[in-house]
Design a binder for this molecule. Structure first.
Ligand SMILES: Nc1ncnc2c1ncn2[C@@H]1O[C@H](COP(=O)(O)OP(=O)(O)O)[C@@H](O)[C@H]1O
Ligand SMILES: [Mg+2]
Length: 220
């Protein structure tokens, strides 16, 4: 992936992730983690090579097929990106509303998701009335509205304290155990080291390590 200004953000990255996996994407700032994620959700189209996600060939995909792809992939970010003037309930419901989900489905699905993320008691709070961890839980609930095959989290604990970060990781593990593939970009060494999952390490746009049950840093 070379950006229009000539910056080579990713080069010769060859990776395959199986459905149901839980994978950490690590590497210093500027390594290419967010670019990798942008390619998966077709926010960027690679300048060479190919990307296949959930049965779609993203280079051959027509513009009209992108919304369908995006429903197969839930995404959460470091900065939560909630709608500030909507409650927890409304933030989650809105993601269903924009795809034309019937009212009855919304009324059934939103409480299910708020229960899953442990926020049913906060349904009518605004984002400003929530802790960072609660805001991230809301964002995770919203990312799951279409029951995506894949959940991508781009530094989801980057704005959270250690205890809250652990709670978010436990939630992502639980979601993975329910069958969703999870890809999490992170700087959080403690979490990666404790979880011992597959680690993809990027440095300067190169995939420098792809290791199962691994630590944040190379151990050999
Ligand atoms: N839109 C863009 N145009 C040009 N360069 C970009 C753009 N987005 C990111 N980059 C550059 O690509 C490299 C990888 O960035 P990024 O994927 O955001 O890394 P990370 O998420 O690992 O911090 C960095 O050098 C960054 O400055
Ligand atoms: Mg990034």
């Amino acid at each position: 992936m070379t950006y229009p200004n000539g910056k080579v953000a990713l080069a010769d990255v060859n990776v395959s992730i199986q459905g149901g996996d839980f994978v950490f994407l690590v590497g210093p700032s500027g390594a290419g983690k967010s670019t990798f994620i942008r390619l998966l959700i077709r926010e960027q189209v690679p300048t060479a090579g190919n990307v296949r996600v959930a049965g779609h060939d993203l280079l051959r995909m027509r513009r009209g097929q992108v919304p369908g792809l995006r429903r197969r992939i839930g995404i959460v970010f470091q900065d939560f990106r909630l709608l500030p003037n909507k409650t927890v309930w409304e933030n989650v419901a809105f993601a269903l509303d924009v795809t034309g989900s019937p009212r009855a489905i919304v009324r059934q699905r939103v409480p299910q998701l708020l229960n899953l993320v442990g926020l049913h008691d906060h349904a009518h709070h605004l984002p400003t009335q929530l802790s960072g961890g609660e805001q991230q839980r809301t964002a995770i609930a919203r990312a799951l509205v279409h029951d995506p095959a894949i959940l991508i989290a781009d530094e989801p604990t980057g704005n959270l304290d250690p205890v809250t970060s652990w709670e978010i990781i436990q939630l992502l593990i639980q979601i993975n155990e329910l069958g969703t593939t999870v890809l999490m970009a992170t700087h959080n060494q403690e979490i990666v080291n404790a979880m011992r999952r597959r680690v993809l390490a990027l440095e300067g746009g190169q995939l420098v390590r792809d290791e199962a049950a691994a630590a944040y840093e190379r151990e050999y």
